[in-house]
Design a protein around this ligand. Structure first.
Ligand code: BES
Ligand code: MN
Ligand code: MN
Length: 463
């Protein structure tokens, strides 16, 4: 039996070329203009699963974009791993800020990636990370090294809230039955410090609209005498955090699980350089909730951020105007045991309550999701930890992430299984940003590590 490392050295160029082909299809789920490309991507993923050796693959229709399903069942008495990933990507905007076109992948060397990194939208999030699983499966099947059953479920709406996946889960519990769910859609600390993600934040995402006068007004004739919706919106947003950067929405922190000093001390052991962090972002100082350090602020604490704000005149030159309306998109990242539906309601009531007379306020909820935390004493975590030890020569560090994959908490509820988050991305991969990239080293290391997860998980399960 050929081992995975030698299989990779023989086939790595093809592994890279195949991923590049997948990255050329602009599967932007947020924009209906790309609908056909999203569907074509689903078909490409299905074909790749078939080629890798699945016995059965399928495009499962949903009310939204389809879910790609594939399976290789070798023996129903053996454990089953369910792999989840997403084939949709974020919009590439702002396209001007890319050094090369977002859907024309190129490999370039960077300081962190002397072996080269693939630059394209979706390179890391999540096509590159998802495709590692397809190639690991190819290896295991081709070399009679698949020790258990495997199912793949790759969706096309992760970046827009996974609504159809919830629908699909409810209707396919039997089909999706598994012993553990495996996902690569997160990151790790660094190339020489492997880590396993043990938590994800929840999310409440809302859009607000502030309406003042019934039309845009001359800012000289009316300025000072009527409420300017942009001024008001800015003041309202500013009030949502106090001088300690504590969120002021009544009840917001009621269900937040406070970590013990011992747990926080444990977290602080993970390697982190504040100087390096500031340098990478070109900021003079970090900023956040008083009483917490950076790695706590972005993982175990809830947040509130404006993601976009607009209204009035933003074109060339100057136009003197008081706009009739102003808008903002606001996200709140949540931690256990906050409930996103409750938080959305608390936000709405509070935002309406702080609006002065003279404007009307509308709060429109978008999507949301529950936070997730997984223990490190599960069979899946142990198997993952051993897999990293094998390929990195180091025990991975458990780490809670600030990002969200809202569907993960639903997996636990609907499918009753634990999720293991084996992410191989780096914070510097610029996911959701211009110049997203994924290191070739990370891609190949992921492919190398995954088969060991299957091996150890099966061994642990079979006792
Ligand atoms: N893969 C990311 C989430 C992620 C990235 C988690 C890195 C941890 C580390 C996922 O595709 C994503 O972008 N999720 C969205 C939420 C979604 C509802 C749009 C997010 O976190 O903003
Ligand atoms: Mn993702
Ligand atoms: Mn994403």
């Amino acid at each position: 039996m050929e081992n995975i490392a030698s299989y990779i050295s023989t086939h790595q160029q093809r592994f890279i070329d195949e991923l590049i082909e997948l990255l050329k299809i602009p599967s932007v789920s947020a924009d209906p203009a790309y609908a056909e490309d999203v569907l074509n991507t689903a078909e490409a993923v299905r074909a790749a699963l078939q080629q890798a050796g699945c016995d059965h693959t399928e495009i499962c229709e949903t009310p939204g974009y389809p879910i790609v399903y594939g399976e290789k069942i070798i023996d129903t008495n053996l454990p089953t791993v369910l792999v989840y990933g997403h084939y949709d990507v974020q919009p590439p905007d702002p396209v001007d800020l890319w050094d090369s076109p977002p859907f024309e992948p190129v490999i370039k060397k960077t300081e962190l990636h002397p072996e080269g990194a693939i630059f394209a939208r979706g390179a890391c999030d999540d096509k590159g990370q998802m495709y590692m699983h397809v190639k690991a499966l190819e290896y295991m099947i081709a070399n009679h090294a698949l020790p258990c059953n495997v199912k793949f479920m790759i969706e096309g709406e992760e970046e827009v809230g996974s609504e159809s996946l919830g629908w699909f889960l409810e209707r396919n519990r039997e089909k999706l039955a598994n012993d553990v769910i495996l996902i690569s859609d997160t990151g790790m600390i660094s190339k020489d410090t492997p880590s396993i993600t043990t938590g994800l934040r929840g999310l409440s995402y809302v859009e607000v609209e502030v309406t003042g006068p019934n039309r845009d007004l001359h800012s000289g004739l009316y300025g000072g005498a009527v409420a300017n919706p942009i001024n008001i919106l800015s003041k309202m947003i500013a009030q949502l955090q106090d001088e300690n950067n504590h969120i002021t929405i009544p009840g917001f922190y009621d269900k937040v699980q406070e970590l013990s000093r011992a747990e926080r001390d444990e977290m602080a052991k993970a390697p982190f350089s504040l100087e390096g962090y500031k340098k990478a972002l070109d900021i003079e100082d970090v900023y956040g909730e008083a009483g917490f350090v950076t790695n706590e602020r972005n993982s175990i604490r809830p947040t509130l951020d404006v993601n976009g704000i607009w209204g009035g005149y933003t074109g060339e030159g100057a136009k003197t105007v008081i706009p009739g309306k102003a808008y903002a998109k606001i996200s709140m990242r949540l931690v256990p045991d906050q409930n996103w539906e409750e938080i959305t309601q608390l936000f709405k009531s509070h935002f309406e309550a702080i609006a002065p007379k003279g404007v009307r306020v509308k709060v429109k909820p978008h999507h949301g999701g529950f936070p997730y935390v997984t223990p490190i004493d599960s069979d899946g975590y142990r198997a993952a930890s051993k897999a990293y030890e094998q390929t990195f020569g180091k025990t991975p560090i458990p780490q809670r992430s600030g990002g969200s994959i809202p569907i993960v908490s639903l997996f636990e509820k609907e499918l009753k299984s634990k999720t293991i988050l084996m992410g191989f991305g780096l914070d510097s991969d610029a996911i959701h940003s211009p110049n997203e990239h994924y290191g070739v080293w990370n891609y190949l290391k992921g492919i190398e590590t995954i088969p060991y997860f299957y091996k150890y998980f099966t061994e642990i399960k079979q006792g």
